[in-house]
Design a protein around this ligand. Structure first.
Ligand SMILES: [Zn+2]
Length: 469
C-alpha cells in the first residue's frame, strides 16, 4: 500500500488528508438528528469506508515505530479492537505518565466527583458512575468535561490538559453530569451570556465563569423540582388565606394583584429586606403547602421556604426532561438524573442556602413572569430519543434491546461523550476501532470522530452528548 520513498508517502498522505477534509466538510452541516445521520451514513458509506480504510492503512505503516500505545493493558494484537479498561481508580496506572494514542478515536474518561452535602449515600447513580462506594461522604455529582473546577480524566491526565495538548480533538464547551439528590439544592438562577461576562469581570471570586449556563435535566429516577413562578392566579389564591405571608411580601402584594411582573420583584425585595417576618410566614405556609413543608424540613426558616411556595413544582418521570433557560429560578428537590449544560459554574442564589444571596443581581435578572416549565419529552424514533433544546449542545439517548440491536449515529459538529447508563454496548468507529462499554463507563471522542459518526450495538442505554460549536 505505502510506497518506499518518503516523498511518495507524503504526497499520498496529503491527497488522502485533503479528500478526507472535503468529505468532513460536506458532512459538517448534517446534525445529530438520527434520521439525518442514518441518511448521511447510508449515502456516504462506501466513501467513508474506503477513505478511512486508506487513512488507517497509511497511518499503520507510518506509525510502525512502536511509539503508539493507547491501552497499555490491552493484549497484543488488539490494537484495532482495544478492550475497554474500566477507568476506575484501582485500574488506573499509579506511576508515570500514561501514553495515549491519537490514532485511537475513543478515549475512556473518568468523571470528577463532587461530594456536596445534598448528595446521596452510596450506592446511587453518582457512586455507580464513579465506580466507588468508598467513604461516608454524600455522592452529589459526577462531572464529565473540562471545567477547571473539576475536569474529568483520560487515564490520569485531566481532560482539559489532554484536549489542550491535542487541539485537533476540539474542546467540549459543555458539561455532562450525573446527579444524585437526597435533599434540596439552593434555589438559583443562571445569568445569560451578557450578564455572566459582566458578573465575572466584576466579581470573579463569586462568578468564576464568563459564560452562560443553560441546562437540561433528564430524570433517571423520579425527580422533584421547582422551576419558574406559578401563575399569578395560583399565587394570589394561595396568599389570600395567608395573612402572615402577605405581610412578609409587604404592601407591594397589592401591586402584584394589578401588575404581577413588576409586583413580584417588589414583593421579593421586601421579603429579603425583612427577615423578621419570615418565621411567622413560614409557620403559616407549611401548614398548607406541601413543597414549603418539604423544604422547611431541611432548611427551617430559610427565606427560600417562602420563595419555594411561589414556584411551579413537578416530578419528572424517568426519561422526561426539563430545559432551564437563563434567568429562570429553579431548584432540584430530590431524585437522580443526567444534566447537560454549557461549561459554567455561575450560580445566583435565591434561598435554601448558607451561601451568598446576591439580591441586587438576582432581582435584576428575574422577570417575575410565569413562563411555564419547558418540558422536553422526546418520542422514541426507533432506538433514539433526541432531547432538543435551545442550547449549544445536543443530547441523544440510544436504547438498544432485542428489537433494536444496532444503531448508526450520524455526524456531529463537535467533540462528544458517550456515557453508558446501563447494559453492554459496543461502540465502533468508521476506522475499525471498537470499544465495549458497560454500565457507568464513558468515552470521550474528539472533533474528528464527531464529524464521522459511529455505530452502537448490543443491549443497553447510552447517552451521546455533543457540542454544536
Ligand atoms: Zn441550575
Amino acid at each position: 500500500m505505502v510506497t518506499s520513498t518518503g516523498v511518495a508517502e507524503n504526497s499520498l498522505v496529503q491527497v488522502v488528508t485533503q479528500a478526507r477534509r472535503d468529505l468532513l466538510q460536506v458532512l459538517s452541516f448534517v446534525s445529530l438528528s438520527p434520521n439525518d445521520g442514518l441518511h448521511a451514513m447510508e449515502q456516504n458509506k462506501e466513501l467513508y469506508q474506503s477513505l478511512y480504510g486508506l487513512v488507517a492503512d497509511i497511518k499503520e505503516s507510518l506509525d510502525d515505530d512502536g511509539t503508539v500505545s493507547a491501552f497499555p493493558n490491552a493484549p497484543s494484537g488488539s490494537r484495532n479492537k482495544p478492550h475497554f479498561q474500566p477507568p476506575h481508580a484501582s485500574n488506573r496506572p499509579s506511576v508515570g505518565q500514561p501514553t495515549i494514542a491519537l490514532d485511537l478515536l475513543l478515549h475512556p474518561v473518568h468523571p470528577a466527583v463532587q461530594h456536596y452535602p445534598w448528595g446521596r449515600q452510596a450506592p446511587c447513580l453518582v457512586s455507580t458512575m464513579a465506580g466507588s462506594a468508598d467513604g461516608t461522604e454524600p455522592w452529589a455529582e459526577a462531572w464529565y468535561g473540562i471545567h477547571p473546577k473539576a475536569p474529568s480524566t483520560v487515564a490520569t491526565v485531566p481532560l482539559s490538559d489532554f484536549t489542550a495538548a491535542h487541539p485537533s480533538l476540539g474542546r467540549p464547551t459543555f458539561l455532562l453530569k450525573a446527579l444524585s439528590i437526597a435533599k434540596p439544592l439552593s434555589i438559583q438562577a443562571h445569568p445569560d451570556q451578557e450578564l455572566a461576562a459582566t458578573l465575572h469581570a466584576r466579581r470573579p471570586d463569586i462568578y468564576p465563569d464568563a459564560s452562560h449556563k443553560p441546562e437540561l435535566m433528564i430524570a433517571v429516577k423520579p425527580t422533584g423540582l421547582l422551576c419558574g413562578f406559578k401563575t399569578s392566579a395560583e399565587i394570589v389564591a394561595l396568599m389570600d388565606s395567608l395573612p402572615a405571608v402577605r405581610a412578609a411580601l409587604g404592601a407591594c402584594f397589592a401591586e402584584y394583584r394589578q401588575n404581577p411582573e413588576v409586583g413580584l420583584k417588589q414583593c421579593l425585595a421586601h421579603l429579603f429586606d425583612h427577615p423578621e417576618t419570615h418565621e411567622a410566614a413560614i409557620a403559616e405556609l407549611v401548614a398548607v403547602d406541601g413543597v414549603a413543608a418539604f423544604v422547611h424540613g431541611f432548611f427551617g426558616t430559610d427565606v427560600g421556604v417562602i420563595v419555594a411556595a411561589l414556584l411551579e413544582h413537578r416530578t419528572l418521570q424517568p426519561g422526561e426532561a426539563v430545559f432551564i433557560p437563563a434567568n429562570e429560578l429553579h431548584c432540584y428537590l430530590s431524585g437522580e438524573g443526567i444534566e447537560v449544560m454549557v461549561s459554567s459554574d455561575n450560580v445566583v442564589r435565591c434561598g435554601l442556602t448558607g451561601k451568598l444571596i446576591d439580591t441586587d443581581t438576582l432581582l435584576g435578572m428575574i422577570t417575575g413572569k410565569h413562563t411555564g416549565m419547558a418540558m422536553v419529552i422526546p418520542p422514541p424514533e426507533g432506538p433514539f430519543r433526541s432531547y432538543k433544546c435551545l442550547a449549544p449542545f445536543q443530547v441523544l439517548r440510544v436504547t438498544l434491546d432485542d428489537e433494536f440491536k444496532e444503531a448508526a449515529v450520524g455526524p456531529t459538529a463537535g467533540p462528544l461523550f458517550i456515557l453508558c447508563l446501563s447494559g453492554n454496548v459496543l461502540v465502533a468507529t468508521p476506522t475499525g476501532q471498537s470499544v465495549a462499554i458497560q454500565t457507568s463507563q464513558c468515552l470521550f471522542a474528539g472533533h474528528e470522530l464527531g464529524l464521522s459518526g459511529l455505530t452502537l450495538s448490543g443491549a443497553g442505554d447510552v447517552f451521546i452528548v455533543a457540542g454544536t460549536q
